[in-house]
Design a protein around this ligand. Structure first.
Ligand SMILES: Nc1ncnc2c1ncn2[C@@H]1O[C@H](COP(=O)(O)OP(=O)(O)OP(=O)(O)O)[C@@H](O)[C@H]1O
Ligand SMILES: [Mg+2]
Length: 429
């Protein structure tokens, strides 16, 4: 538990005592200092959430001390106490980063109200810091598991890219190979980590809305544009925009994107002013973009523009070394989540995991492990709770064809899940 701590820096013993008594009753820990030197030392050593700082001190003045506290990069929320009604001093203190001020002599209720408010701010700041830390922990390069030389190569590439000022990256790979995971790692490893990472799925946004989603719109630009709205490019300024499923971007928007990528500037829909942005643009697709170019649905010039730095992630079946490390990683994760204690994998299960084709790649593996941990008992992962497509290889025994399900689904132009749904429905499974 975090103890909420306040330091009172004041040269009058009576004021210190009154503040101490009042604030202790509110449940805060209170530290006292009678001069600037002592106050500064306590701020640095004890990291109080809130500092109550008198403007007039024997060895320094409060404004100078405030400046020192800010230079030392302390997070403490400072409330100034002024004996005069001099608004100018208070305004100056606020400009220098004080949070609020109270006039002396003060009402106890005022003191409590001001300190509680400052403590709320301190609490929020702490929360933001810890959320950011947690997010960085969950989105960094260490989340990417894999021992294959392929994944190791990608990891070292991520490090190199994040140290550079590279700003246009294209990630390609089948569904579930980790494109989004890698896009986030690129952002959170880079110096832009404290700026926004904003993603948009280009295939999920209706064509007529995509432009205003990306570039924003001025008030009245179209019937529904009741007020000015910033788009993704503007809100992510300084950070990273992740354009997912770029292969599905309509041609007209591709043309606009091409210009934005070149100039790093754009106009809101209905706008006349150029807006400059500093952005890293990471695009991803599970489609073959070169084929899209051949078929005339993807602009060739955009294709080249996007892949200043191309990253290709191989399907899991082409880097089978990663299967077991990933399996162990997901076992640990789901053990914790579901309070289970699977410790090992039976040799049979291991063989199945290693031989299966994984059409849904790492996502499928993750889902399978989630299911078996949730449904299974005991501390060994056995074949029993594995899904049927893994234990009956392909479509053997279900009389469909000599194709396995992935091939059959492809032939029918539907997803494997849809195929399995239909097979179940018609009694093949
Ligand atoms: N190398 C990896 N290490 C750990 N987890 C991984 C790895 N690759 C993928 N995953 C996990 O697999 C799941 C799918 O990954 P992700 O969403 O990044 O795939 P994707 O390539 O964007 O897929 P899609 O094309 O379907 O959008 C996520 O839960 C992700 O955390
Ligand atoms: Mg994705």
């Amino acid at each position: 538990m975090h103890v909420e701590r306040i330091v009172v820096i004041d040269d009058e013993a009576a004021t210190r005592r009154l503040m101490e008594q009042t604030l202790k009753k509110q449940g805060y820990e209170v530290l006292l200092a009678s001069n600037g030197d002592e106050g500064l030392r306590i701020v640095m050593e004890e990291s109080p959430d809130v500092t109550l700082l008198d403007i007039q001190l024997p060895d320094t003045n409060g404004i100078e001390l405030l400046q020192k506290i800010r230079e030392l990069n302390s997070d403490t929320v400072v409330i100034m106490a002024t004996a005069t009604d001099d608004l100018k001093v208070a305004v100056k203190a606020m400009k220098l980063g004080a949070y609020d001020y109270i006039n002396k002599p003060f009402h106890i209720d005022d003191l409590i109200l001001t300190v509680n408010k400052a403590m709320d701010t301190a609490r929020l700041r702490r929360e933001v810091v810890s959320l950011k830390e947690e997010r960085n922990r969950n989105a960094g390069i260490e989340e990417i598991i894999g021992v294959s030389s392929h994944i190791q190569g990608i990891l070292s590439m991520i490090k190199k890219i994040s140290e550079s000022e590279a700003t246009t990256i294209l990630i390609q790979g089948e569904t579930g190979t980790g494109k989004e995971l890698i896009a986030k790692a690129l952002h959170y490893e880079s110096s832009r980590r404290d700026r926004p990472f904003m993603g948009i799925n280009c295939s999920a946004v209706p064509e007529n809305l995509l432009e205003s989603e990306l570039m924003g719109h001025e008030k009245g630009a179209f019937t529904d544009a009741k007020s000015l709205r910033k788009g993704l490019f503007e809100t992510a300024d300084g950070g990273t925009v992740f354009l997912d499923e770029i292969g599905d971007m309509p041609l007209q928007m591709q043309t606009k994107l091409l210009r934005i990528l070149g100039e790093r500037s754009f106009r809101r829909v209905g706008g006349t002013k150029d807006i400059n942005v500093d952005l890293t643009v990471i695009s991803a697709t599970n489609k073959d973009l070169s084929k899209g170019v051949e078929d005339g649905i993807f602009r060739k010039d955009l294709y080249y523009r996007l892949q200043v730095i191309p990253i290709y992630i191989k399907p899991l079946r082409e880097r089978r070394d990663d299967i077991l490390p990933l399996t162990k990683h997901f076992i640990n994760y789901f053990n914790k989540k579901f309070r289970k204690c699977v410790k090992s994998i039976s040799p049979e299960t291991e063989k199945l995991l290693l031989e299966y084709a994984w059409p849904g790649n790492v996502r499928e593996l993750r889902n399978v492990i989630e299911r078996v941990i949730l449904l299974g008992d005991g501390d060994v992962l056995t074949t029993e709770p594995l899904p049927a497509e893994m234990t009956h290889k392909g479509s053997e025994g279900n009389g469909m064809t000599s194709y396995n399900q992935t091939k059959a689904a492809k032939k029918l132009g539907i997803g494997v899940d849809a195929l399995r749904y239909r097979m179940k429905k018609y009694g093949f499974l």
